[in-house]
Design a protein around this ligand. Sequence first.
Ligand SMILES: Cc1cc2nc3c(=O)[nH]c(=O)nc-3n(C[C@H](O)[C@H](O)[C@H](O)COP(=O)(O)OP(=O)(O)OC[C@H]3O[C@@H](n4cnc5c(N)ncnc54)[C@H](O)[C@@H]3O)c2cc1C
Length: 424
Amino acid sequence: MTASTNGRNVLISGGSIAGPSVAFWLNRYGFRTTLVERWHEVRPGGQNVDIEGSGRTVLRKMKLESEVLALHTKETGSNWMTIDGQSRLHLPMGDISPTNETEIQRGDLAKLLYDKTKAQTEWIFGDQIVGIDERGEGVEVEFQSGKKKEFYAVVLADGVGSRTRKLVLGPDEYQFRPLGCYIAYWGMPRDASDQFYDKWQIVPLPNRRILSTRPERTKQFTNTFFSFIEPTSLGLEKLPKAEQIEKLKPYLRGSGKYEATFIKGLENSNDLYLDYAGQIHAKRWHSTGGRVALVGDAAYCATPFSGMGTPLSLVGAYILAGEMARHAGDPKKGLEDYQRIMTPYVKSIQTLGPGIPRIVHPQTWLGIETLYWLVRTMVGIGRLWKRSGLEWLFSKISGPPEDEIVLPDYTALEIGSGQDGKKP
Ligand SMILES: Cc1cc2nc3c(=O)[nH]c(=O)nc-3n(C[C@H](O)[C@H](O)[C@H](O)COP(=O)(O)OP(=O)(O)OC[C@H]3O[C@@H](n4cnc5c(N)ncnc54)[C@H](O)[C@@H]3O)c2cc1C
């Protein structure tokens, strides 16, 4: 334990990606950590996420890169498909493809982070924070179970729909900015006849819908991602699961070869996750008192359309914990510096491409043909750009790409590996 952190106890709310990552780093800096997760276990489910750019650098710092690579979903590339199951464009991994080396299922990553923190962090399942009272030298927290306890600081990492956010930010201090699009994930048994199983299959459908499938690590299931444009929320995200399934079924009609399989898979699914996609934009990622911080989707959700939610959480957790340790005697300064360092990176990731997500959800068959053409053209330009060496030259002149941030070095603050108590 260092004199600066002195075993101070920090409570973290949310046990998915950002929460346990904060715990991981705070353990290394000598804080005591407690993590409360609303679910009754590490929440399974979620589909393929990848961890490139600075997120991967953080993974390396955590010494978890090889374990993440070992959990790869074995996706070998992506294919743009027609509704009769023909591949229109194949992009192998390593080419201009959204598939890369670090494809991992969200549930696998969450479980890995749980395993790496459970020896030092006290995990509490099935409870949640209902009251936060920041006073003087600490924060008194009230739990739904009725317990009350005082902590040195609290970190809220409970996702885009965080219920605790409103305990520290006023209604005019943050905004949920909807993207006008529903997103749904569910798993279904693998179809043995699917010849493109190991590919990310993207099937644009008319009336502004996209169906896509991705392989699952054990090869027993198919991961499904379905998105569709609705200019305003229809409240589907608040319905019980059984009703969500019934409401989703009509949206899957007219998907050709895929229709029957997907509707059946949806009917039998037990892990449907449906949300009205939107970003979180907050003025502050901490309380005015400076002892309660927000991190990950709870603070700056960028949505799956950014492709960067998981790296953003890993980087945010690394910088938050590092700044808390650096300013252990002045927590407010630590949280302000965390926000200052992260802001340009968050801004660049939250800035989605022009027209996203609407542009990739065409209304008509002609629109879909135009989309295939657009993707093919952009891939062609991307390949030329890569091969010409201009990409390398540009990166030298313009500095790190937008998915990267110069990470501060907090090594000197570490007191143990976080796993075996030895200096890493
Ligand atoms: C079930 C699930 C599936 C997902 N699937 C995908 C996917 O397929 N693709 C993708 O790009 N992104 C997915 N995401 C989002 C992705 O995990 C995040 O964008 C990103 O990794 C940031 O993670 P986070 O830890 O900030 O938030 P999240 O991953 O959203 O985790 C929040 C955690 O907090 C818990 N929680 C919520 N409220 C409370 C509370 N009041 N008290 C205590 N705990 C609480 C939740 O149960 C969850 O474990 C999914 C998230 C979840 C929860």
